[in-house]
Design a protein around this ligand. Structure first.
Ligand SMILES: NC(=O)c1ccc[n+]([C@@H]2O[C@H](COP(=O)([O-])OP(=O)(O)OC[C@H]3O[C@@H](n4cnc5c(N)ncnc54)[C@H](OP(=O)(O)O)[C@@H]3O)[C@@H](O)[C@H]2O)c1
Length: 191
């Protein structure tokens, strides 16, 4: 399975690349501009089977529209947290999560929400912390949870209708990490 990271130069992309590389993968690295170290996001979307979407929350739907044809038949893991401009909570869209809108935008792509309820340092060393993954394509969710387990997380599968809960949990992680001064190492466990 070829893995690609969209927005690979950011904190999340860099951390997930490190974990995946440690676990024997050679992820393709996407950026808005091709350089010596990065391909374009479009080239990565064309070449990979499983894409990790690690760009700022407000850019997600535009990028999805641009890459729609390249993402057809692929798995897209949505790591992003869309947060209101006044930092009061996750953005919702008439009760739906941005991940649900992403799935509506990309009907021929299996969208799976996850890796958003933790910090980038934990993406390098998850140490058995829990990570929920929400999607409607059960085979895709299984592929992602199997991968997350290999990376060192304790994954739990949910359906796409649960994705607003994951946005809330992602926001709770940010708030708790700030309050406890534990950014970026706070971990959630299921015990
Ligand atoms: N940081 C964390 O600990 C953490 C944890 C959980 C979830 N998240 C979520 O994961 C996502 C990425 O977080 P991050 O901290 O890695 O963000 P980041 O460092 O700010 O950005 C990631 C990358 O996105 C690309 N990018 C920036 N603006 C873009 C645009 N308009 N269109 C397309 N690509 C653009 C940039 O790469 P190029 O310039 O190379 O294109 C950038 O390096 C966010 O949605 C965040 O909420 C973050």
């Amino acid at each position: 399975m070829k893995i690609g990271i969209l927005g690979a130069s950011g904190q999340v992309g860099t951390a997930l690349k490190e974990n995946l590389t440690t676990n024997g993968y050679t992820p393709l690295l996407g950026s808005r501009k091709a350089t010596a170290d990065y391909q374009t996001n479009a080239d990565v979307a064309k070449a990979a089977d499983l894409l990790i979407l690690a760009v700022p929350g407000q850019t997600v739907l535009d990028l999805a529209k641009q890459l729609k044809a390249d993402l057809k038949g692929k798995i897209l893991v949505d790591v992003t947290n869309a947060i209101t401009s006044d930092f009061s909570g996750p953005k919702t869209f008439a009760g739906k999560s941005q991940t649900q809108l992403l799935q509506e935008t990309l009907p021929d792509t299996a969208v799976v929400k996850g890796f958003n309820q933790t910090g980038s340092a934990n993406m390098i060393k998850p140490e058995g912390s829990v990570q929920f993954f929400a999607g409607d394509d059960q085979a895709a969710v299984k592929q992602v949870t199997d991968l997350a387990k290999q990376m060192g997380f304790a994954p739990q599968a949910l359906s796409l209708q649960d994705s607003p809960l994951l946005d809330s949990l992602g926001f709770l992680w940010i708030k708790a990490a700030i309050q406890l001064n534990k950014q970026p190492n706070l971990k959630f466990y299921l015990k």
